[in-house]
Design a protein around this ligand. Structure first.
Ligand SMILES: [Zn+2]
Length: 269
């Protein structure tokens, strides 16, 4: 990490996982998944965002992964305008949670709301974004290709050319590949761009279901990702709950503090 790069920040965990921890919430079999709660139980979504913020998340990601105007119209039988409002509410709910957290904790920390825009397949509600390539290419081959089989370095190169892109990274891949993947693109970024690590917690997509291997460590990998230069954001996707975000936050805080100490020592010499 060079002097001009900001400190690494903490993203949230998997919103679906956090919501699923409450077994009274009904959404898992709904075609719109967590997005169905935008209509059925927006309070539960806000509470989940709040738990992530309390655990140290500096950005929360909206419950809109599987949301679309067509989907809301089809499954909730609402007008196009109302469907738009439901989509918009995903951002409003997250903003509300951030506002409440900031005022309750008298915090001036910069907190962000990130809109979750699922891959096109997610709006088809047939799991097509999780086809074989999604899991196999990324998790079993060589950690060099995207889910669509593109070369990862080449893909990042192309994306980094967009002046609007501030941060580029990996999401919902296996923890073991993150360090290698991100190192392979460290030198591809512009000096003002950073990397994102948002892997899942040992999740495998087997027989149309996510299976989690809880005997394996997630937080044990966080320092490896921090050691990659230009690390902008660290969080976790499926299988990562607010307590794990809390653990991550502690590791990131310690890392940032050590970096500050090193910088100060260098200035003093
Ligand atoms: Zn995921």
């Amino acid at each position: 990490m060079t002097d001009e790069r900001p400190e690494t920040k903490v993203l949230d965990g998997g919103l679906g996982t956090e919501l699923a921890a409450d077994e009274t919430l009904v959404f898992k079999d709904h075609p719109l998944w967590t997005a169905s709660l935008l209509k059925d139980n927006p309070k539960a979504i806000k509470a989940a965002h709040s738990r992530f913020l309390c655990a140290g998340s500096e950005a929360v990601i909206t419950a809109s992964y599987q949301a679309s105007v067509d989907g809301f119209m089809k499954y909730f039988n609402v007008s196009a305008e109302d469907a738009q409002l439901l989509l918009q509410s995903s951002v409003d709910i997250a903003k509300d949670a951030v506002k409440e957290f900031s005022s309750a904790n008298k915090s001036n920390k910069d907190l962000y709301v990130a809109a979750s825009v699922g891959p096109y397949g997610a709006t088809l509600h047939d799991m097509s974004e999780y086809d074989g390539h999604y899991v196999e290419t990324m998790t079993t081959e060589d950690a060099k290709t995207t889910f669509h089989g593109d070369n990862f370095v080449e893909s990042v190169k192309r994306v980094s050319l967009n002046p609007q892109v501030e941060s580029i990274g990996v999401n919902c891949c296996e923890v073991t590949f993150v360090e290698e993947l991100l190192r392979s693109v460290e030198d591809v970024l512009r000096p003002d761009q950073t990397l994102i690590a948002y892997p899942n917690n040992w999740q495998k997509f087997v027989d149309k279901r996510w299976v989690c291997d809880i005997s394996r460590s997630f937080s044990g990998y966080v320092e490896k990702w921090l050691s990659v230069g230009a690390m902008g954001w660290i969080g976790g996707c499926c299988g990562v709950t607010s307590p794990q975000v809390g653990e991550m936050t502690q590791i990131v805080k310690n890392w940032n503090a050590n970096l500050d100490n090193l910088k100060n020592q260098m200035h003093n010499h």
